[in-house]
Ligand binder design. Structure first.
Ligand code: NDP
Ligand code: 8X3
Length: 253
């Protein structure tokens, strides 16, 4: 039987790359994202390329009722979820605390913290029933350090860092692995979302150095699932070679 991996935020970036890499390794996939048409296209492509099974669930992880309804609706065969990748997340805006839009804060807190919690609360009990599982939380270097104007996004990723530690403690007796992947700069739709569609500002984030590509992070994420049963990677920080911290880069002029 194929392993079953559930990925949130599978329509773009790291989540989409994880879908392709886990599919290449013959995992059946439960893919979650709000953009249903994209999910449909990705699912069809994965099925034709890799001959796996894919279940698409299109909903907003910020809605706790929709999360529990969607996970309850999964057919019994699919409930034996081996790996949960809590990836969906975003930064909105880059402003001082005194100038920021409160709505941007709500979107980040509701998605990165509460959405991750709703999904975890719905899926982890299934893993406990199956007596096995692996929860992978996509954090960020923004969960390890804080940078100017990053305030709330950094706070949400510090929350993911803390939740990863808490989950590890709560699930150690349940034979469930817990891993945080904390990346630096990756070229995805992240900056377009952060700068609300301003593509030239988004592109400028990746000027003058080679950022990570989403496949780089997905390959490392997959690696953490290939280790022997007795080995757990708790926390893994990954950056471009040209980045040493949120603010320290080796950029060409
Ligand atoms: P993308 O914007 O490319 O992808 C984000 C994904 O999250 C999309 O598939 C989007 O799908 C999904 N998503 C966002 N909000 C919701 C929601 N409310 N409900 C369901 N799905 C949602 O960005 P990345 O791939 O870069 O981001 C993935 C994760 O990586 C995030 O947690 C981010 O914080 C983290 N990260 C990113 C870094 C970077 O530099 N890019 C660095 C470190 C961490 P849809 O819009 O279809 O719902
Ligand atoms: C995304 C990386 O440095 O923009 O989490 O916060 S950073």
């Amino acid at each position: 039987m194929n392993k079953i991996t559930l990925i949130t935020g599978a329509t773009s970036g790291i989540g989409k790359s994880c879908a392709y890499i886990f599919a290449k390794h013959k995992h059946d996939l439960i893919l979650i994202g709000r953009r249903a048409e994209r999910l449909e296209g990705i699912s069809k492509d994965l099925i034709s390329k890799y001959d796996i099974n894919v279940l698409q669930l299109s909903f907003d992880i910020r809605n706790s009722e929709d999360v529990s309804k969607a996970i309850r609706s999964i057919p019994d065969d699919w409930k034996k979820i081996d790996i949960l990748i809590n990836n969906a997340g975003l930064a909105v805006g880059l402003s001082t605390i005194q100038d920021a839009e409160i709505e941007d804060w709500e979107r980040m807190i509701d998605t990165n913290v509460k959405g991750l919690l709703y999904i975890s609360r719905a899926v982890i009990p299934l893993m406990i029933t199956n007596k096995r599982g692996h929860v992978i939380n996509i954090g960020s270097i923004a969960g390890k350090e804080v940078y100017p104007n990053g305030n709330i996004y950094c706070a949400t990723k510090h929350a993911v860092d803390a939740l990863n530690k808490g989950m590890r403690m709560d699930l150690v007796k349940e034979n469930i692995k817990v891993t945080q992947i904390a990346p630096g700069a990756i070229e995805t739709e992240f900056s377009i979302v952060r700068f609300k569609g301003d593509k030239s500002r988004a592109d400028s984030i990746y000027d003058g150095y080679q950022p990570l590509q989403p496949d780089d992070v997905a390959e490392v994420t997959y690696y953490t699932t290939t280790l022997p049963d007795h080995v757990n990677i708790n926390d893994l920080v990954i950056m471009p070679t040209a980045q040493a911290s949120s603010m320290v880069f080796n950029k060409s002029d």
